[in-house]
Design a protein around this ligand. Structure first.
Ligand code: FEO
Length: 394
């Protein structure tokens, strides 16, 4: 690759990871990702903003060579997670004169995780600035978007916000800026669901902070740049709002078809009630799609057979994930089938303790569903619609 111009004296030096399919050994990446690193050439000083994942260090080094800078004064690190900081050691090896510019919390993490020597750092405060001659970098702390040390960097003269994970998307693309808004929205929503959803309160606070700044370009550290900042900022406002939609997400597993038949019936009832439904077989669904569905849905149904004395392990994982992601879901019900007993219901309720939800009556039956069981599921579907109507969920 070569370095690419963003604006005059601002360059993209990042790497496209077309082939990566799993992040944090957890999150599926159907569209790969990018690790975005930027170079700002001031009249006096030059700064690199964030690095790339260590697996792509060679791309960043090639791009630095291509940028033809005689030396590097600063490496700004917005966030210590290794997909952005992991190439810092090789950059410092190439440019031993460079200072690492970051906040105290980030410095502490980089010393611990990457063994960067203390004397390499220049520690900055919230809203402090760094002059590069004719260009000014302003540092704005944005804790918990995505880690406690996270900050963003604002280039005042160009009105570019280097937002790191904030407003990012896991989308490998050759385009520097977003052109396909539908694809960008989908990728950014998936990213929000998987990475950002547990942090809606800090996101709200940090969004209020940065929306006061005039921004022409948002340059996140994953995915394409945003030339229309309002598009992604409005999307974030919607996702973090308390508004839920007239939607039900069903995460289920079935071993011998009993639970599957229950799910099928409930889905039919919900469709008849005019409710949008998304159904996920948790043994084979992409958990990112499941997470994305949870962003808006008013109701979550977990459906499981009883196995090993409790819920199926994949439903346990689905419940654990939903609890950790803290969606704004209002209602939950648990349905499923057992052979001779078990603690499936109590186990799943216990796993959802983070969520501010009302549990609707479960439908847990013995064996294959019978007439009265289907009637109970019909009643549950009608109750869900009643709850949605009562709460003006549309
Ligand atoms: Fe893309 Fe939190 O790292």
């Amino acid at each position: 690759m070569t370095c690419r111009k963003v604006t005059k004296d601002v360059y993209f030096l990042g790497a496209i990871d077309w082939d990566r399919r799993l992040f944090d050994a957890l999150i599926p990446l159907p569209n790969g990702t990018t690790y975005n690193s930027f170079l700002v050439k001031g009249s006096d000083k030059t700064a690199l903003i964030d690095t790339v994942d260590p697996s792509k260090s060679h791309v960043l080094l090639d791009n630095l060579n291509d940028s033809d800078i005689p030396h590097l004064d600063y490496v700004v690190i917005n966030h210590a997670e290794q997909d952005h900081s992991g190439s810092l050691p090789v950059v410092l090896e190439k440019y031993p004169e460079a200072q690492v510019v970051t906040n105290q919390k980030c410095k502490n993490l980089l010393v611990e995780m990457l063994l960067i020597p203390e004397e390499k750092f220049r520690v900055i405060d919230d809203r402090s600035t760094l002059m590069l001659g004719n260009k000014t970098l302003e540092f704005i702390f944005c804790p918990w978007v995505h880690w406690p040390e996270t900050m963003v960097t604002y280039l005042r003269e160009d009105k570019i916000l280097f937002s790191c994970d904030f407003f990012g998307s896991h989308l490998a693309t050759s385009e520097l800026s977003a052109t396909d808004q539908a694809l960008l929205y989908e990728s950014a929503k998936r990213y929000y669901a998987e990475i950002m959803m547990p942090f809606t309160v800090p996101i709200q606070k940090n969004l209020e902070k940065i929306q006061k700044i005039p921004i022409d370009i948002i340059a996140p550290s994953h995915g394409p740049l945003h030339n229309q900042p309002s598009f992604i900022m409005d999307a974030y406002r919607d996702w973090i709002s308390r508004r839920v939609k007239n939607e039900v997400v069903i995460g289920y597993v079935s071993m011998h078809d009993s639970t599957h038949k229950m799910v099928e019936h409930l889905v039919d009832v919900l469709i008849q009630q005019g409710i949008r439904v998304q159904q996920f077989d948790l043994t084979r669904s992409d958990i990112g799609t499941f997470a994305m569905a949870l962003v808006d849905a008013a109701t979550l149904i977990l459906a499981s057979p009883t196995t090993l004395g409790g819920a199926h392990p994949q439903v346990v994982f689905g419940a654990y994930l939903a609890n950790a992601l803290r969606p704004k879901t209002r209602f939950v019900s648990i349905i499923g089938s057992y052979g001779w007993g078990g603690k499936m219901y109590d186990q799943l309720v216990g796993l959802l303790s983070n969520l501010k939800i009302e549990f609707l009556d479960p439908v847990i039956i013995k064996g294959y569903p019978k007439k009265q069981d289907f009637e109970s599921l019909t009643d549950l579907g009608v109750l869900i619609q009643k709850k949605h109507n009562e709460n003006a969920i549309s």
